[in-house]
Design a protein around this ligand. Structure first.
Ligand code: FPP
Length: 249
């Protein structure tokens, strides 16, 4: 491990609370490729390698949950060649990583409108979820064909069905009941939301869940966002004063 990385990790371990759940909007693959006069899928391929190092970093630092925005509902509108390159990369990622993730105790879940995935990509998703089901060290949520508003609409539909079936009255609809119908029902809300490439937007990611997340915007493009950059973000998080709307005693 490089000196900088080891120093940052030591600092994280002595500085108290590590975020239990980190969510990341992985952005900047296209610009990274353009800077190298290469086609956009070249950037996505390099971004896939960054996913590996960030997973390792979370395991090292003791993060319990990692949520990655891998493909938005809007991304379906990209050129067909880019969409199919991303689908192939997803399959490749799963083929390469499933066994290693299992070995490392990572449990993968995939959330979003996965019915839109093509046959091989859908089969790969099923495979990684079942292969890694027993993992207990890190929960890795991959958001694919995902949109935050669509997730909220889905939760509302599930509640409406329960009311219609007499399982719930309208007055019993609470934040907890709503939360229980989100994809992330079984994990805590993200403590830290990272977005790479300098953009300062939520882009329809985890709209409910990031209500109290600390935001960290990194100017680094996703393919260059390695473990040191992740550790910098965690160190920055550890310096924040989280008040959740209250005052500091
Ligand atoms: C945003 O960069 C990134 C994406 C739309 C895709 C993210 C995919 C990966 C990191 C690789 C595959 C990951 C897995 C888990 C298999 P952009 O294309 O919007 O970049 P730009 O804003 O510079 O154009």
């Amino acid at each position: 491990m490089a000196d900088l990385e080891a120093d940052l990790l030591a600092r994280i371990r002595t500085h108290g609370a590590v975020p239990r759940h980190i969510a990341i909007i992985m952005d900047g693959n296209g610009r990274w490729a353009r800077e190298r006069h290469m086609p956009r899928p070249f950037g996505h391929r390099s971004g896939m390698k960054t996913v590996r190092s960030v997973v390792e970093g979370c395991l090292e630092a003791g993060v319990e949950w990692l949520s990655l925005f891998a493909f938005s509902q809007e991304n379906w509108q990209r050129p067909e060649t880019e969409v199919s390159a991303l689908m192939s990369l997803l399959e490749e990622f799963i083929a390469r990583e499933a066994d290693e993730l299992k070995r490392q105790g990572v449990r993968v879940r995939v959330h979003g409108d996965v019915h839109r995935l093509n046959g091989p990509a859908a089969a790969a998703v099923d495979r990684i979820v079942s292969v890694t089901a027993g993992g207990t060290r890190l929960g890795l949520n991959l958001f694919i064909s995902y949109g935050g508003r669509a997730e909220l609409v889905r939760a509302a539909q599930l509640l409406a069905r329960d009311v219609q079936a007499g399982r719930l009255t309208p007055d019993e609809i609470t934040e907890d009941e709503f939360r229980a119908r989100l994809f992330t029902a079984d994990c805590p809300d993200p403590d830290l939301l990272i977005r790479t490439s300098g953009e300062q937007r939520l882009s329809n990611f985890l709209l409910w869940q990031v209500a109290y997340a600390e935001l960290y915007i990194s100017s680094v493009l996703w393919p260059d966002f390695g473990r040191p950059a992740l550790y910098e973000a965690i160190c920055d998080f550890q310096r924040r004063d989280r008040r959740f709307g209250r005052v500091t005693p």
